[in-house]
Design a protein around this ligand. Sequence first.
Ligand code: ADE
Length: 219
Amino acid sequence: MFPGPLGASLAGRALERGLWSLDVRDIRAVATDRHRTVDDTPSGGGLGMVLKADVLAAAIDAAAPADDLRPRLLMSPRGAPLDQARVRALAAGPGALVVCGRFEGVDQRVIDGRGLEEVSIGDYVLSGGELAAMVVLDAAVRLLPGVMGKEASGEDESFSHGLLEYPHYTRPAVWEGRAVPDVLVSGDHARIARWRREQAEALTQARRPDLWRKLKGED
Ligand code: ADE
């Protein structure tokens, strides 16, 4: 699956330029039996299969020695919700080992024994962790130095100040009878900044009361 969409566009060009790199491991490659088994039935019964602790630990140990300081993420709908602060921390750090689960789950002992930090990209269930890992990587890679032009520094966008972003417009001045707001063509930069701030606050209050409360320090 990798690099998949990370091989295209902004992340793909950055990958080609060596601004980041990807070392993809197939967990099955470290399975030792004839059938390269990576999963087994759940202890205690139930549906689905569980990713085996011994196999996954061998894959992790092969990819990251014990003194490897990179955070170890396990993509999982049970995890802490990913947010821009976590993305910024990942982008500023030494990289990450990202484990993509498949099957019904991962043996809890390898999560505990290898210090895996569970991360979720939202309250829905994907069929595997790969797409979630790509989301984490895409969000982090675009913040790496040199990936975005300086015109789009990531400073002014949604979540960077805990607010959703204000609405954007470009030419033509009128489209299907809808005009670009006058303030944006006024040339008054202080007024424009104030308008954008107000719009961002109104949008955040209306759409994301959770973010608004957090910003106001009420949570
Ligand atoms: N794997 C399956 N669903 C997921 C989710 N919502 N977030 C992260 N990893 C997942």
